[in-house]
Design a protein around this ligand. Sequence first.
Ligand code: PLP
Length: 425
Amino acid sequence: MRTYSCKTKEELQKEYDQVMSDYEKLKRRGLSLDISRGKPSRKQLDSVSELLTILQTPEDCFDDGIDTRNYGELSGLPSARAYWADVLGCKPEETFVGGSSSLNFMFDIISRAYSHGLLHSEKPWCKEEKVKFLCPSPGYDRHFRVAAFFGAELITIPMTPDGPDMDLVEEYVKDPTVKSIWCVPKYSNPDGIIYSQETIERFARLKPAAPDFVILWDNAYCIHEFDGEYVPFPDIISMCAAAGNPDMVFEFASTSKITFAGSGISVMAASKANIDYFTKILSVQMISYDKINQLRHVRFLQNKAHTIELMKKHAAIMAPKFHAVLDILDQEIQPLGFASYNRPKGGYFISLNTMPGTAKRALELCKQAGLTMTPAGATYPYGIDPNDSNIRIAPSLPPVEELREAMDVFCTCLKLAALEKLLAA
Ligand code: PLP
């Protein structure tokens, strides 16, 4: 197979006619497929459903003398704080364990920064003339939406194979209106990049002009390998403290992709001073999170080592799906030379860059053929990809057979959009 760039106009036209006829056939099949969001599959959920019956009697609901059915322990059940401290490598007093959503913690922190300010704010962010967020991109659309929701200006920071472009980050934080940065340090969404040790050290050593600059360290995929052994990660909380920036970072994680997405438990980790500050603020809006669920999780997950073992069950379900997607891309797309993609070993996504200027069109064609994908542009601030090239593939939810069908549609649409552009040139 020759790359599209080596083909003559006539050859491209012939290819277009063939791909268009394949596309019309696919459309006639009336498919309804969805690879848009990183949700665990039914099989994964079933594999951890022992969680549902782990607490059966009133006595089971006591944990170290604490009746989990009652109010109390706002910052989390001590055993749940100890569990997360073990997973993240920080201290239990540096954790706050909440409900099912870590995104909710992120939203809350930004919301409080705007309404009341963070620990070192001179004034609430809503009183600042300008607030800027650094957004490593491609990135997680919901991060960008939270910052935009509060009116922050979003600045795109390109990703490198080692994480965000740190030269740029160090330059931008000299601006006192730059208040925050979003980070997904392990298996970044969507690129699957693991930040290098040097990148993480440079984050810890940042010297921002804003006294209340905050790193939002979303470690959503911290133990989510599906290929190969567990990859250790450093404790960002103690690294920032050692670099003289103890209050500069909030770390987040949850069991959304370990147990039940939407019915798990989440954690935010930060310096003790930050945890104390936020516990005081959160006590105004909340008396107690769901400690029964926290206890269920502690009993089921036990500790980091046991959880990593359990993640192998997820891996056995996830790996064949990622391999199926990559095999099809290797066969159908790679030889044509107009697109590139990552080969992640963990996380939930494959990130593909197609011919610039054709991502939107390709996904429009997918939609018409019954395939829903994450919208083009979603991985960039304001939903605008300047190159109209990045597409996020989420292989986790459908069974492999359905995934193959979806990839058939996807590859056909990628080719069609690329051919349309080449023929119009
Ligand atoms: N952070 C990242 C990077 C994610 O990809 C996701 C979900 O896809 C979340 C957070 C959501 O986490 P939670 O379910 O804990 O709110």
